[in-house]
Ligand binder design. Structure first.
Ligand code: GRG
Length: 293
């Protein structure tokens, strides 16, 4: 199920931004990063939650929401391009390949990110869902990606460099920087599938716990991973004196916390979602905490 879902997202994305009206260097840079082998986690979460809510209409809802789910991946890709820039994390490698500004140039990478973010909303608006629900999901997404969400989290991340953050400050930073797009993907899947309030709450709680487990694992990989497997430069957090879960808790406790949040994510689904799409959501949280890249 999951591989098939990812293939559909992949197909949708590979047809995007081929419009002759787009200057070819811009289109090449956007497609370079968009089609560079991401896990497609956010669209997969959105579609899996929607399918779990829609049950008998899983196929129809997948087709209907594909443009929305693809839009989430465009926003995620923009955030990675901008995060890699010299003024931010200054990374040369992403998914084992040169980052967008290395493959092109800094100005082109900034514009590629800008265009992916802006055009993402045009793709989302093409989803086949009742207008008020689509409007609600687009508003949630703009808030999750914006100043009080991911962009705000990135600001806290930059300000936190070289400072000693408390665990609570780190949790808030992570919830915004990494968590917001993840729980938003789950919540939007529920909203667009006309979920009950119980389903919507469960989807958001699952995504929120998954987001913390995901970030803790990312921090751990920066300490224990090697560049070839992780696909990006490692030991970056220590170099930029960032507060991380292993730095605050030690590796073993950070690993334990990742497992606990993964279990909490699974518990959020209990009694609310069942069937193959709920199984996919459970597998996803387990895979994310056990991943090596
Ligand atoms: C620049 C506005 C702005 C925000 C950047 C996304 C982000 C905020 C920073 C990235 C820093 C980072 C590595 C955070 C860890 C979580 C994360 C987003 C990892 C990458 O996501 P995956 O694993 O990536 O889903 P793939 O490659 O599979 O698409």
């Amino acid at each position: 199920m999951s591989a098939a879902l990812r293939d559909r997202v992949e197909q949708y994305l590979s047809a995007a931004f081929l419009d002759k009206e787009i200057p070819s260097r811009l289109s090449s840079a956007m497609r370079y990063s968009l089609l560079a082998g991401g896990k497609r986690l956010r669209p997969a979460l959105c579609l899996a939650v929607a399918r779990a809510c829609a049950k008998d209409n899983a196929e129809e809802i997948t087709e209907a929401l594909l443009p929305f789910a693809a839009g989430l991946e465009m926003i995620h890709t923009y955030s990675l391009i901008h995060d890699d820039l010299p003024a931010m994390d200054d990374d040369d490698l992403r998914r084992g390949c040169p980052t967008c500004h290395k493959a092109f140039d800094e100005a082109t990478a900034i514009l590629a990110g800008d265009a992916l973010l802006t055009n993402a909303f045009s793709h989302m608006a093409r989803a086949d869902a009742p207008a008020p629900l689509l409007l609600e999901a687009m508003r949630l997404t703009a808030d999750a990606a914006g100043a009080a969400g991911m962009v705000g989290g990135q600001m806290l991340d930059l300000e936190g460099e070289g400072k000693k953050l408390s665990l609570e400050e780190l949790r808030i930073l992570n919830e915004k920087k990494t968590g917001a797009l993840l729980f938003n993907a789950c919540e939007c899947g529920a909203v667009l599938a006309e979920a009950t309030s119980e389903q919507r709450r469960a989807a958001r709680c699952y995504g929120s716990e998954l987001g913390i487990a995901f970030q803790i694992t990312d921090d751990i990989l920066d300490v224990v991973g090697d560049e070839a497997t992780v696909g990006k430069e490692v030991r970056h957090d220590a170099e930029s004196e960032k507060a991380t879960w292993p730095a605050l808790l030690g590796l073993e406790e950070a690993r334990r916390q990742a497992r606990l949040h993964c279990e909490a994510a699974e518990r959020a689904l209990e009694g609310v979602f069942s069937g193959p799409d709920a199984d996919f959501l459970r597998e996803t949280s387990r895979k994310l905490v056990n991943r090596t890249h």
